[in-house]
Write a protein that binds this ligand. Structure first.
Ligand code: AMP
Length: 302
């Protein structure tokens, strides 16, 4: 299944993506995570991206598209993926459509996690992440603080505050979302691929709604596509078999010493004439009428 998760920063789409990964066993591809890894690794790409990220601006399309292209080419993305934080603008969405069309794997669903702006602000400025990469627990000082204060409840590591989660940068990120990313809602709506889920309330309930949408939108489509593929494969196998038989016969004819054997083999190789279609049986209307008569007479006799 090939899904794009849409939603403003802080809508919870990253958290939901992790749950979807567990359930459907497909990778989450987050351009934000990929970029943060580049920054942490001190790569040239990371250095170029950091200034834009710290200012709450978008990193250039060229950098992000290059990263996405190589990520989608990895074997674990062959069976599907959940894109989180990508695309972020119309040119990125168009580039994604072109990439997936080349792979013959079009996007199946764009799922929007919808949350009001004031909730987003608190969620982002209050967010605290466990600094241990393989733990990844997320807390919020307003909604779900760690019982261990500034330490992770699960592993004891120190909690960190993302450098772009301060009020000023968050304001800028939300503004960028409104002007550049929100138009994707209309883009995917026009493609008939958009579905919306309210991103407030218990996490489990939001997740269930998302799974219900995925099941009803993608599963039936996958089943139909599977049947179409099976019919096409059977047709290809039959054609290959007929070709192999014709080739073998032609070889045998060429090898045949006497003319009569060649004639017999060639005749055998000719396709059998098509059978005439069986005529549909006539309606038994008259027979029914005749059968009905004696009954009426018998009644009169009574
Ligand atoms: P996120 O974790 O998705 O909120 O992303 C954090 C930051 O990374 C954003 O504020 C952008 O600066 C940058 N970023 C992430 N994804 C993209 C993208 N698809 N295009 C451009 N910049 C991105």
């Amino acid at each position: 299944m090939r899904i794009v998760l849409l939603g403003a920063p802080g809508s919870g789409k990253g958290t939901q993506a992790k749950l979807l990964v567990e359930k459907y066993k497909i990778p989450q591809i987050s351009t934000g995570d990929l970029l943060r890894a580049e920054v942490a690794g001190g790569s040239e790409l990371g250095k170029r991206a950091k200034a834009a990220m710290d200012a709450g601006r978008l990193v250039s399309d060229e950098v992000v598209l290059g990263m996405i292209q190589s990520r989608l080419a990895k074997p674990d993305a062959k069976g599907g993926f959940i894109l989180d934080g990508f695309p972020r603008n119309i040119p990125q969405a168009q580039a994604l459509d072109a990439m997936l069309a080349r792979l013959g794997q079009p996007l199946q669903l764009a799922l929007l996690v919808d949350v009001e702006k004031d909730v987003l602000m608190k969620r982002l400025t209050g967010r605290r992440n466990c600094s241990k990469a393989d733990c990844g627990a997320i807390y919020n000082i307003y909604f779900s603080p760690s019982k261990a204060g500034n330490k992770c409840e699960k592993c004891g590591a120190t909690l960190s505050h993302r450098s772009d989660d301060n009020a000023e940068t968050v304001g800028k990120r939300l503004q960028v979302y409104e002007s550049q990313t929100a138009p994707l809602v209309a883009y995917y709506k026009a493609q008939g691929k958009l579905r919306t889920v309210k991103g407030v309330g218990p996490m489990g309930a939001i997740f269930k709604t998302m799974c219900d949408i995925i099941e009803t939108q993608i599963r039936p489509l996958a089943a139909v596509m599977g049947r179409i593929d099976a019919v096409a494969a059977a047709r290809e196998r039959a054609a290959a078999k007929a070709k192999a038989v014709a080739k073998a016969t032609a070889k045998a004819v060429a090898k045949a010493k006497d003319k009569q054997t060649a004639k017999t083999l060639a005749a055998k190789a000719k396709p059998a004439p098509a059978k005439k279609p069986v005529k549909a049986a006539k309606k038994p209307a008259k027979v029914i009428k005749k059968a009905a008569k004696p009954k009426t007479k018998a009644k009169k006799a009574k």
